[in-house]
Every structure is written in C-alpha cells, then in structure tokens.
Design a protein around this ligand. Structure first.
Ligand SMILES: O=C(O)C(=O)[C@@H](O)CO
Ligand SMILES: [Mg+2]
Length: 258
C-alpha cells in the first residue's frame, strides 16, 4: 500500500499552516510534505510532527525570491553563494523535522543555455554532497511548462540523463505523475524504467490537478503498479482539492490510518 503524504501547501488550506499538520493527521495521513517550511520556526514544525505521529516526507530547498516570481536558483548564474547558504538553512529544518529528501528547484532559464546547464550541474553536485553528510537524498523534478512557463528542467529524459551522468548515490528523481502525463504520457512504462532512480512520487489528476480519482489517469491502476514495483518511498498528494479538503478524501479512505 503506498505511503501517502498530504501536501500541506495545496491541501488543508482551510487551516493555518501549523494547524494543517493536526488536520492531516486527523484525516488519517501518516506523513506530510509541502513546498517550504521557512516561515515557521523549525521547533514549531517538529512539535506538530511529533504531536501527531507524522513523518516529514519532503520539502524544497530555498527557491530564491518566490514572491517575485523566481522558481529556484540552481541553474541561475551568479547565485551560487545564495545557494550554499540556502542549503545550510534547509539543513537546519531537516535536522528538526527528520526529513530524508529535499527538492532543489532549477529556476527559470532557457533549457538549452549552456551556462545555465553548467550552473545547474555545479549546484546539484555541491548540494548532493553536502546533504549526503546528513544522510539526505537530493531530488530533481521535471516540471511542465504550462504550470511553470520557462522552468529549466522541463523534460524527464534530461533528468534521467543527468542523474546517470552525475552518478551521485543520493541524487534521485522526483517523479510527479501529473507532470509526467502532461509532458510525455506513457506513465506506467516510465515508472517501471525510472523507479530505481526515483526518490519521491507525487500525484494529482490530469489536467485539472485535483484529487487522484478521476479525469485522464487511472490512479487505482497506478497505485497498484507502484506497489507491484516494490516502491517503498512516499507518494505526495500534490493536488488542489476540488472543494473542501475533507470532502475530497473518498479516494484516500482505503489507505487512511484511521
Ligand atoms: O510543482 C511541483 O510539482 C512541485 O513538486 C513543487 O515542489 C515545485 O517545487
Ligand atoms: Mg511536484
């Protein structure tokens, strides 16, 4: 049975950020993920995790100026010092939360730009090696250009080649099934091939990015396939509820701890 992590950036928005941990646990989740923890104190998050018996599945390293439209800095020339200090900040939160995988966002840059590609590789190598000292995996995620126009890493093949070429033991793929379907389709065959390098899976319906129970993809089949493949990581529920979060959890009932 997949281990689902509620995505507290998109789900449980009826509650304040810290109260979303309680709401997710009450709804039967045993793990959580979100984009960024940095507006809450590490201890406050740790307390919510412990109080609710929740595991921290994932969060992202600092992305640059998100409010100004930045979507990561790893591929951006001239931002390496900021990247290294962001890694230390993320490690403080990792120590408090016990998270074992962090996602590094590439940023908005031309995917054919050689300087961006070189910055991206340098950032990945640095970050992976620094995280390895704490036993943490580094994830990279291809993101489709409809949701994030201009995002540098917009192709699963590029991510697959990069992971193979860099050959870093803790560099893994964040396989977001929603992005995979929008970008390329062929989800099941890609899962089968890429599972050995996959460190985290995320789900949502396609195309509206809602609960994984309808529209273009057959998630009942895909959840069984994830089990058949022996995947033992988390499946992040990175979806926008159609209405109130709790009203959209019928799909989750067979997997809930309550
Ligand atoms: O957009 C997505 O998909 C994500 O997983 C976010 O974490 C972007 O980092
Ligand atoms: Mg995702």
């Amino acid at each position: 049975m997949p281990a689902f992590a509620a995505n507290l950036t998109l789900m449980f928005n009826e509650w304040s950020f810290l109260d979303r941990f309680d709401a997710a646990a009450d709804a039967g989740f045993t793990a959580v993920e979100y984009l960024f923890p940095y507006e809450a104190a590490p201890d406050a998050i740790a307390e919510r995790l412990a109080r609710n018996g929740l595991q921290q599945a994932l969060f992202n390293l600092p992305p640059g100026n998100w409010a100004a439209g930045e979507r990561g800095i790893a591929a951006l020339p001239g931002r390496f010092d900021e990247l290294t200090s962001g890694v230390e900040r993320a490690l403080d939160y990792a120590a408090a939360t016990g998270v074992k995988r962090l996602h590094l966002m590439a940023g908005l840059a031309d995917s054919k730009d050689e300087e961006a590609a070189s910055c991206y590789r340098r950032s990945i190598v640095y970050t992976a090696e620094r995280l390895a000292e704490s036993g943490i995996d580094l994830l990279i995620e291809p993101i489709n250009g409809r949701n994030m126009p201009g995002y540098f890493l917009n192709d699963f093949g590029t991510a697959e080649r990069l992971i193979a070429e860099l050959d870093l033991p803790n560099l893994k793929l964040q396989f977001d099934i929603y992005h995979r379907q929008v970008l390329h389709g062929d989800v099941t065959m890609a899962l089968r091939r890429l599972l050995p390098v996959t460190g985290h899976i995320q789900v949502a319906s396609v195309p509206p990015r809602h609960e994984p129970d309808d529209e273009e993809l057959n998630y009942a089949y895909l959840f069984e396939e994830i089990d058949r493949l022996g995947y033992d990581g988390f499946v992040g529920c990175e979806y926008i509820p159609r209405g109130r979060t709790l009203d959209g959890l019928d799909w989750f009932k067979p997997f809930s701890r309550s």
